[in-house]
Design a protein around this ligand. Structure first.
Ligand SMILES: NC(=O)c1ccc[n+]([C@@H]2O[C@H](COP(=O)([O-])OP(=O)(O)OC[C@H]3O[C@@H](n4cnc5c(N)ncnc54)[C@H](OP(=O)(O)O)[C@@H]3O)[C@@H](O)[C@H]2O)c1
Length: 245
């Protein structure tokens, strides 16, 4: 039985991951800012078979409370062995271009808040020489694009941070799994026109849980995004800057 801390537990992708863990009879500590939705999800996961579910309501930009939430999860579940960090916002690129405050707020939510959590979790897992930490980054972090480079640069920071953290924690038996989804049909992307490249959160969650089970390093979800991003990254900058990709 796993003891899983799910941060950003009201995310559609995180909720589908939690359903898989619940069906296996794992214990779940759920953290999110929407109390009502959190309670509904916790009750549903219990019915789906979770050994125990606990809800913790907080705004994840409240960095001063990060250490306390980890202690709370460890205390009530008698330890934590797996963490999934899933919260995020799809930045309004045009609003960010007009406002430094908006840009920094987006970087804060999509990168700095996770980096704060990762620093606390890494030190706790390193001390006990065990654990798996998974973070949802994005293919958007592979190359900055005009249409979403604020969100993309925050995810790039997360990807680079987890790369270094993985190398640091390797000798301590702690796995760091960086997840890079492509387009996923969730509330975050509700307004987007969908095409064949879009995946459902159920399928994406199954692949994320599998990657966590196997303690993978970095995974593109679905896997074809590895090839797509390989092509996008290979385009020389002098051509790339003229495209609308
Ligand atoms: N959907 C995609 O196409 C896609 C692609 C690549 C990567 N991702 C990443 O996948 C992760 C999950 O996103 P999703 O697709 O499942 O979208 P989602 O359902 O909209 O989930 C995003 C979650 O983040 C939470 N959140 C945002 N800011 C928060 C804060 N300050 N404190 C607490 N919670 C906060 C939201 O809570 P509220 O509902 O309370 O606002 C929401 O539950 C995100 O990191 C996203 O960047 C998504």
């Amino acid at each position: 039985m796993k003891k899983v801390l799910v941060i950003g537990a009201t995310s559609a992708i995180a909720e589908h991951c939690a359903r898989i863990w619940a069906a296996r009879g794992d214990a779940l500590y759920l953290v999110a800012r929407n109390e009502e939705r959190l309670k509904t999800i916790a009750a549903d996961l219990k019915v789906r078979g979770a050994k125990e579910t606990h809800s913790h309501c907080m705004d994840l930009n409240d960095i001063d409370s990060h250490a306390a939430v980890l202690v709370a999860a460890e205390t009530v579940m008698g330890g934590v062995d797996t963490v999934l960090i899933a919260h995020g916002t799809l930045s309004n690129q045009e609003a960010c271009e007009r406002s430094v405050e908006e840009t920094l707020a987006e970087i804060n939510t999509n990168a700095l808040s996770s980096i704060s959590l990762l620093t606390h979790i890494a030190n706790r897992f390193e001390a006990k020489q065990a654990g798996t930490i998974a973070v949802i980054s994005s293919v958007a972090g592979d190359r900055g694009r005009a249409s979403n480079y604020v969100y993309g640069s925050a995810k790039a920071m997360l990807t680079a941070f987890t790369s270094g953290l993985r190398q640091r924690l390797h000798k301590s038996n702690v796995a760091v799994v960086t997840i890079k989804p492509g387009f996923v049909d969730t509330p975050m992307t509700a307004s987007f026109k969908k095409c064949l490249l879009w995946a459902k959160p159920t399928a994406v969650a199954a692949k994320i849980v599998r990657a966590i089970d196997k303690r993978k390093d970095e995974v593109y979800v679905p896997a074809f995004w590895w090839a797509v991003m390989g092509v996008i990254k290979a385009i020389p900058t002098r051509f790339f800057k003229q495209t609308k990709i």
